[in-house]
Design a protein around this ligand. Structure first.
Ligand SMILES: Cc1cc2nc3c(=O)[nH]c(=O)nc-3n(C[C@H](O)[C@H](O)[C@H](O)COP(=O)(O)O)c2cc1C
Length: 146
C-alpha cells in the first residue's frame, strides 16, 4: 500500500461563545481526531503553539485526503496552508492515531532553533525547517498525551 504524508498549518479560531480556552478546544478535537483516524488507519502529529496549528497526517492517499478535506472545512480554524504532501516509505507516527505536542519550554527552545525566532509562525519557516521541527517534536512524545 502506498503511504503519504501531508503537513499543513492553520490559525485557531476563537468563537464568540468560546470561553473554554485552548486546552479544552484541543482536547475535544483530539478525541474526535483519534476516534476517526483509528478507523481509517491515519496516524500523525498535532502541535499547537502561539495561534497556529501544525499537523501531519499519514496513511493511504485516499484516507489522508479524505481526513484533510474534512479538516479544511472545520470552522475551528482558518487560513489553512498546505505545507507538504509526499510519498513516504514508512510512517513517522505509527504509534499515534494523533499525537499531540503541547507548547512548553522544550518546544519553545526547539522553535527558537528551527524557526529562528521566539514566536511560532510556520509560514515564516522553510518546508525543511518545518519537517525537522516535527521530527524533533517526535522525541517529546513519550512525555505528552492529551
Ligand atoms: C486543527 C484540527 C485538527 C483536526 N484533526 C483531525 C484529524 O486528524 N482527524 C479527524 O478525523 N478530524 C480532525 N479534525 C476534526 C475535523 O475537522 C472534523 O471536525 C471531524 O473529522 C468530523 O468528524 P465526524 O465526521 O466524526 O463528525 C481536526 C480539526 C481541527 C480544527
Amino acid at each position: 500500500m502506498s503511504l503519504y504524508q501531508l503537513i499543513y498549518c492553520s490559525k485557531r479560531v476563537i468563537s464568540a461563545e468560546d470561553d473554554s480556552g485552548v486546552t479544552v478546544d484541543v482536547e475535544q478535537l483530539l478525541i474526535q481526531a483519534r476516534r476517526n483516524n483509528e478507523l481509517v488507519d491515519v496516524s500523525g502529529l498535532l502541535y499547537f503553539g502561539s495561534e497556529y496549528y501544525l499537523q501531519c497526517l499519514e496513511g493511504s492517499p485516499s484516507a489522508v485526503n479524505s481526513v484533510y478535506n474534512k479538516i479544511i472545512s472545520d470552522s475551528r480554524h482558518s487560513d489553512i496552508v498546505l505545507i507538504d504532501y509526499r510519498q513516504i516509505a514508512k510512517r513517522a507516527y505509527s504509534n499515534w492515531d494523533m499525537a499531540y505536542v503541547k507548547e512548553s519550554s522544550m518546544t519553545e527552545s526547539l522553535i527558537k532553533l528551527y524557526a529562528g525566532g521566539s514566536k511560532f509562525n510556520p509560514l515564516d519557516m522553510s518546508v525543511e525547517s518545518v519537517m525537522q521541527l516535527m521530527q524533533t517534536f517526535k522525541s517529546c512524545l513519550t512525555v505528552v498525551d492529551a
